[in-house]
Each structure stands twice: as C-alpha cells, then as structure tokens.
Design a protein around this ligand. Structure first.
Ligand code: BG6
Length: 516
C-alpha cells in the first residue's frame, strides 16, 4: 500500500523550501582548488543563489596555494557547477554569481596570506556591501587547520567587527581529529581563537533531509514515541553501504578506515537522533544537550571486548554493479600490508531507561552490493499462540525502515491475512516515498548546512562535547584493534554485503541484517 501524496494547494511544496539568508556576508573557502569545493561547496552556493536564498550582498573568496586568477578560478567553477550542480547551470544566474567570486593565492602557513585576505575582504565589502560578516570554510587537509586558525587569529580576522557588529563564523570539515587526543587538541586550538558559538563543525549527514526527518517522524507523531523503547523494540540496525571503492582517496582512506570515516561521525549522529530523548525545544543547545546525553549513555566497548562486539574487514576483488573491482590491498596508493578496514560493524548497548537491553547494530563498508543507507527498527514479535504456525505461517516482527538514501522514504512492514477461507499470515509493506509524495527535488545537504551557517543556526552542527564523546567510544575500539595486532584482516568479496563475520555478529543473537 502506497501513501497518497497530500496535494491540495500543495502546502507541502511550500514546506520543503529552505529559508533565505538576508544578512550580507562573504564566504571564504580555504582549499578552493580541492575536490570538495568543486563537487559540493560551489554547486551548493550556486544552487542557493539559483533559488534566491543568498543575500543580495554576497561574495565568495577562494583561497588556495595554486596560481590562478579570478577569471581562471571562475571558469573552473563554472565547469564544476555544470557537472555537479543538481540544477545544472543557468547562464543568467551564473553570470551574476560569477561576478561575486574571487580568488586569492596564498600559503596557509604564510602570515602574508591573511593580510592579503584582509584586503580582499575589504574590497568585497566595498563592491558588494558584505558588511564585515564572514564565514571561513576550512575545506583543506586537517594538517592545515592549526595554521589557518592561527593565521586568522593573528590578524584579528576572527573578531566580530565592533563598529558594524559584523559576525565571523568558522566551518570545520571532517575529519575532526584522528582520535580522541587529536580531536581534543583541535578543539582546544580552535577555542584559543574562536568562541564555541562561532564554530560550525560540519557533518553533512545532518544536512540530509531524511536525517532531519528522523526527529519530525519521532516527535510529530503520537503513535511512535510511546513504543520507542525497550518494551517494544527488539533491536535497531543502522547500515550505510556504499558501492564505491576507495577510488582516488587511498592516501586519506588508508590512514583512516571505515570506523573513523563513517561511524565516528555520520552514523553516530544518525544513532543519536534515533536514540535521544525528546528535547524540550528545537534549538541548537537543547538538541545538542540531548545528543550529548545519549552519547554519554553508550556502553563503552572495552579493548578486550572488540572480538565480541566488532567486526572489521577489507574488500577483496569482485564486481560491483557489473564493474570489476580489484581488492583493497591492490588499489593504487594502498599499503599492500595495510590492515585498514573498509568495512566495520559494531554492536553496542545504551545504558539508560529507554534502551535497557536493546542492542544497536551499526555497519558500513565500501564496495558493497548496493548503495543504501537506512535505519531499521525491529519491534518485538507478538506471541504466536493464536495462529497455528504450520497452517497460518510464522509471524514476522514489525519493521520500521527509515531509508536515508537513495529512494528516500519510510516503510512499515506488518502482518495481514492473505485473502481466502483459511487464516494465512503474510507480511505487507506500507511505503512512503519522498520522490512521489512531494514531487520536489530534495536540496543537497551542503545547501542546507551552508545556509544554516549564514542564518547563525548551529543545530545541525556538532558541538565540542558531543564530538569528544563519540571519539571516546571509537577510541576504545581502535585501542582494542591495535591490541589484536592482526597481520591480515578478514576479506569480503566486492559486490557482496560484507564479511560473514558481520552476519555472525547478528546470528549469534538470533537476528539478521535486513539486507545480507
Ligand atoms: C564522507 C566519507 O564523509 O561520506 C566518504 O569520507 C563517504 O568516504 C561519504 O563516501 C558518504 O557520503 P554520502 O553522502 O555519499 O553518503
């Protein structure tokens, strides 16, 4: 049974709109010649302009080491937007967007770069009326974060402009630290220059429409919250499966691995939205207080327990979507003796009243069978007593599936009577799809998050305390893995759902992944 779109005058269409930023500002992108700028940031800014959500007084300054002129940078960005923007490129929008784009060549460790930046910002102010409001976007390798933060601080570019009350905000990309110690160090470093209220630690999963919907689904419906606890829920599975292999990112990935790359941030953020208590308000601090509380309640997996609660593996040669893929250890740029995991699964508990005894299973991996990110809430099975198993069939548990991507939507699996004289029980699925129900294209996560930063709303960004808590949890697992000192990781064939060990993790508990 599919849900009907509620069309009428289409109030939903209105509701799916993002707000518009009205305060003038300049966005300074450090790392302007990088991949993220081309694929995500510039297309996001362009789309915001296309949809008239940018302030009229606006400018972008790209900063990077390579030699470029404003013109050549604009040309590159035009190509990037034509390739990666969801709305493609409209010449008249591009023409006015292009006039707001500038390039500044500079080394991040050179004090001169920041005095040049001061001048460039002053020029933008004159030409575009940006009034001293400024977002610094760190889209650079994390090794450069320290020098950029220091550079900005040294010339006072971090300070709100006293005369015109211009605000300054800093957006910091992941990876935010490599472990707990480095995440703490970076937080401390940031805090020597910026106030916490100026800091926007970005996790692009939080900008996904379907991730934001988790809270609305939980707290705007009367029927789910009363059963959202250990009395009715058997377990929760969160999967983020990717078809892509490591590709050209071996340099980064081989020193990172799936646990740091996906679980510490994206997946634990999704977990927090599923597991947190209802906040008393939907503002940045209240929501993040609740997330922090649930992170604190996660039962730590001690290093000695990793064999029982975690699985890690690497993809071996295989094929994904009909394309042959070589094994991780044969990928260019990967150490042939690498023990970096391209797949990780963990089982853990949350020690609070709501979730007592309910296991959470999280898994993620590269080169898997299909790209799919979803949350599965499996409810407890009712007793079979009334229906004879042999003639009526087994009663399956109800499942609530929140599909984060692709094919964004929600489905509920329940049991019904098969038409006919005899009682025979079969599962059916009630399905809601964003695509067909709303008929609008969903904005990219980066559009939403950049706009929120312009609006000064940090609800969808991670806070220092929460970030450190997630690292604490992950750090213990990393310790345990180090102590195991495996010379070779279990392998899974590319194009499958991962290693058998991940299935075992569930099977031991009499459960299974929804897709395997
Ligand atoms: C990034 C990871 O943060 O998220 C990548 O570094 C991963 O390895 C990506 O592929 C997944 O994002 P999405 O939006 O495609 O699910």
């Amino acid at each position: 049974m599919a849900t009907q779109p509620i069309e009428q005058e289409n109030p939903l269409r209105e509701g799916t709109r993002l707000e518009a930023a009205t305060e003038p500002c300049t966005v300074v992108i450090f790392g302007a010649s990088g991949d993220l700028t081309r694929r995500k940031l510039m297309p996001a800014l362009y789309n915001l302009m296309h949809e008239q959500r940018l302030p009229s007084s606006f400018a972008v300054i790209g900063v990077a080491r390579r030699e470029k002129t404003d013109e050549s940078f604009r040309d590159e960005m035009q190509q990037a937007i034509a390739e990666f923007s969801r709305t493609k490129i409209d010449q008249s929008v591009w023409d006015s967007f292009a006039r707001k784009i500038y390039y500044l060549r500079g080394d991040f460790n050179d004090a001169g770069t920041y005095s040049q930046l001061q001048l460039a910002l002053a020029r933008c102010e004159q030409r575009h009326g940006t009034l001293g409001n400024c977002i610094y976007y760190l889209s650079t390798p994390p090794e450069t974060y320290d020098e950029i933060i220091e550079g900005l601080g040294r010339v006072g570019l971090h300070r709100p402009d006293e005369k015109r009350k211009g605000w300054k905000r800093i957006v910091i990309e992941k990876p935010f630290g490599h472990d707990l110690a480095t995440a703490r160090q970076l937080n401390a470093r940031v805090a020597t220059v910026f106030e916490e209220s100026q800091v926007y630690r970005i996790d692009h999963y939080l900008g996904k429409e379907t991730v934001q919907n988790i809270s609305v689904f939980r707290f705007a419906n009367g029927m789910f919250e009363p059963i959202w606890n250990h009395k009715y829920i058997d377990h929760v599975q969160i999967s983020a499966a990717e078809e892509v292999a490591v590709g050209s990112r071996a340099g980064y990935y081989d020193t990172t691995g799936a646990l740091r790359d996906m679980i510490q941030n994206h997946m634990l953020q999704v977990f927090a939205l599923i597991a947190m208590e209802p906040p008393v308000a939907f503002d940045a601090d209240t929501v993040r207080d609740e997330k922090h509380k649930v992170f604190r309640a996660i039962r730590q997996i001690q290093p000695a327990e990793v064999a029982r609660y975690t699985v890690r593996a690497q993809y071996a040669a295989g094929s994904v979507a009909g394309k042959k893929i070589s094994g991780y250890l044969e990928e260019p740029g990967v150490n042939p003796k690498s023990t970096t995991e391209t797949f990780a699964a963990i089982k853990f508990f949350v020690d609070n009243w709501r979730w007592a005894g309910v296991p959470f299973y999280i898994r993620t991996g590269k080169a898997l069978a299909r790209r799919i990110t979803e949350v599965v809430i499996q409810f407890r099975k009712p007793p079979q007593i009334l229906f004879d198993e042999k003639s009526a069939g087994t009663i399956d548990p109800n499942l609530l599936v929140l599909r984060i991507q692709p094919d964004e939507g929600i489905s509920i699996k329940s049991e019904v009577k098969l038409p006919g004289q005899r009682v025979r029980i079969r599962p059916v699925t009630m399905d809601f799809r964003y695509g067909t129900s709303f008929g609008v294209e969903i904005a990219e996560a980066y559009e939403r998050l950049i706009l929120d930063c312009m609006l000064g709303d940090s609800t969808l960004f991670t806070r220092r305390d929460g970030l450190e808590k997630t690292w604490e949890f992950v750090d213990k697992i990393l310790d345990g893995w180090r102590q195991q000192d495996l010379k070779k990781l279990p392998q899974y064939e590319a194009g499958t759902w991962g290693p058998v060990e991940a299935q075992e993790l569930m099977k031991r508990d009499g459960r299974q992944w929804r897709r395997q």
